[in-house]
Design a protein around this ligand. Structure first.
Ligand code: WQD
Length: 335
């Protein structure tokens, strides 16, 4: 089966390419390197001992997509190509909606033209906004997103629902990620954001490697077990395996629109992450408590039962595995 992976050199895309290649899929990757590096391709090859077909290009370039679909008969698309920095999205809404929404409209137009009707879409738990209750199930209300990044994911989910309403021969899987962290055990691929990390795990890693001086803990006055924010951290390799399971589901079902949370179902606080990282990796993390970050919520974690029941998916890695693998990657890739 020939699978197109957009954003194949990104954090989630690269880990998913590894799992797809190891599962015997023929992978074609595209990336515009706006938030990734070409060397990731070599590292995917080193890990899997396989080559994948790659094209540098942009999903906003319809001619590029047309020529790719004309050259290869694509059976399914896994779409990871999106900007994903919440704070940046507030400053650059036009860039975020153009890149995250218009590119998907382009992709769907070309897919339809070439009769490619299977899509796995990378969505986010951010579409739940500030959840009324936790754990969150797929039936809970979405909306009330507080930033253009989350709203762009919500828009694409609606586009996909409308598309399926109009043409039920499509087979679409929407995967709502909670908080992906960690890295492949080889340390060859991992989370390597441009500039100062916005997310907790990469920031902790850079404090541990002394590239950054001190972690700012955004508030310890939330109504949570220790006052700091609670999230559902999922190992990025578990997340990648979830995509292979979603692909298998679309192969089996032939058509339909399916939505799944991908999380562990366990919430961990900021202090849990700091203390677990210190214990597992025998390093000290300097931190100081500061004011809450605007737009942050107290608690967000999943009920993963639906993915377990319908995809046969459950997470294999612990929080200890996540922090160990994140640190292993950081040590091997210090900038
Ligand atoms: C986690 C916790 C912060 C940084 C976002 C997106 C989500 C997904 C993951 C793409 C919170 C606290 C953080 C720091 C801190 N992205 N924190 N100091 O905000 O849950 O989710 O990234 O798919 O869609 O919304 O992740 O890692 O930024 O924050 O105290 O320097 O860590 O307050 O409680 P978040 P995060």
């Amino acid at each position: 089966m020939k699978v197109l992976v957009t954003g194949c050199c990104g954090y989630i895309g690269s880990h998913t390419c590894v799992e797809l290649l190891n599962s015997g899929y023929e992978v074609i990757g595209i990336d515009n390197f706006s938030n990734s590096k070409k060397e990731v391709l070599d590292n995917i090859g080193l890990i899997t001992n396989q080559n994948m077909i790659f094209y540098e290009g942009d999903m906003l370039d319809e001619k590029f997509l047309m020529s790719l679909f004309r050259t290869h008969s694509i059976d399914c698309v896994l779409d990871f190509a999106a900007y994903k920095a919440v704070g940046e999205s507030v400053e650059k809404p036009i860039e975020y909606y153009t890149n995250n929404v218009s590119s998907v409209l382009n992709l769907l137009k070309v897919m339809k033209k070439f009769g490619c009707k299977r899509l796995v879409f990378s969505s986010s738990a951010t579409v739940y906004g500030s959840p009324k209750k936790v754990p969150i199930t797929e039936e809970d209300d979405t909306g009330g997103t507080t930033n253009p990044y989350g709203t762009s994911k919500l828009f694409v989910e609606q586009i996909l629902k409308d598309l399926y309403q109009a043409d039920s021969s499509f087979a679409i899987c929407i995967l709502r990620y909670f908080n992906p962290i960690g890295a492949h055990k080889s340390g060859l691929i991992g989370e390597n954001p441009n500039g100062i990390p916005a997310n907790l795990m990469p920031y902790i890693s850079k404090v541990a490697s002394k590239e950054l001086e001190c972690l700012q803990v955004f508030g310890d006055d939330y109504k949570t077990k220790d006052g700091t924010g609670v999230r559902d951290y999922i190992h990025v390799v578990d997340l990648a395996v979830g995509h292979v399971k979603a692909l298998e589901k679309l192969e089996k079902e032939k058509k339909g629109l399916f939505i799944y949370n991908l999380g562990t179902g366990t919430g961990y606080s900021v202090f849990d992450l700091i203390h677990t990282f210190e214990k597992v990796n025998h390093v000290k993390i300097n931190y100081k408590i500061v004011n809450r970050r605007p737009g942050d919520i107290a608690e967000c974690f999943s009920n993963p039962a639906k993915a377990k029941k319908e995809l046969g998916f459950s997470c294999q890695y612990s929080l200890e595995d996540m922090v160990r693998d994140a640190w292993n990657y950081e040590k091997k890739n210090k900038s």
